[in-house]
Design a protein around this ligand. Sequence first.
Ligand SMILES: [Zn+2]
Length: 137
Amino acid sequence: MSVINSVTRSPSIENLIEMEVERRLKERQSAAEKALEELRPLCEELPQSVIDPISLEVFDSPMVTRCAHTFERESLIAMYHADPRINQFGEQIINCPICKKPSCLQKIYYDLAFKENIDHLKKIKEVFNKHVISKQT
Ligand SMILES: [Zn+2]
C-alpha cells in the first residue's frame, strides 16, 4: 500500500520536465528584468558628451577643432558668420568657444568614430524606448 502511494505521489517525468522548464524560464525572465532595470538610466538619457555645447542639440555632424574640442558643423559655420575673420593665408578663422584658441574652418574635420558611437547610442535608446518604455504606459 505504501509503495503504491509513493509511486502515485511522485511526479511523472513529463511533470518534472515541465517544472524544470518553468523554473528556467522564470530564472531567465528575472535576469532580463534586472538587466533592463540596470540599462534604464543609460537608455533614458543620452550622456552630456553627445550634446553640442553651442546648439545644445545631440550631435549630427560632430567636428573636432584644432584644440580638440568638438562642435556641431552648423554651429561652427554660424559662429564664423557671426564674426567672420580671415587669416593671412585666406583661411576662415573661428575661436573655440571653450578655450578661445583659433582654428580655421578649412582644417576642421568630422569626427567619424564619435559620430558612429553617437548613432550607436541613439539606436540603443530608440530600441529601449520602443520595446521597454512605451510598453509600460
Ligand atoms: Zn578649444
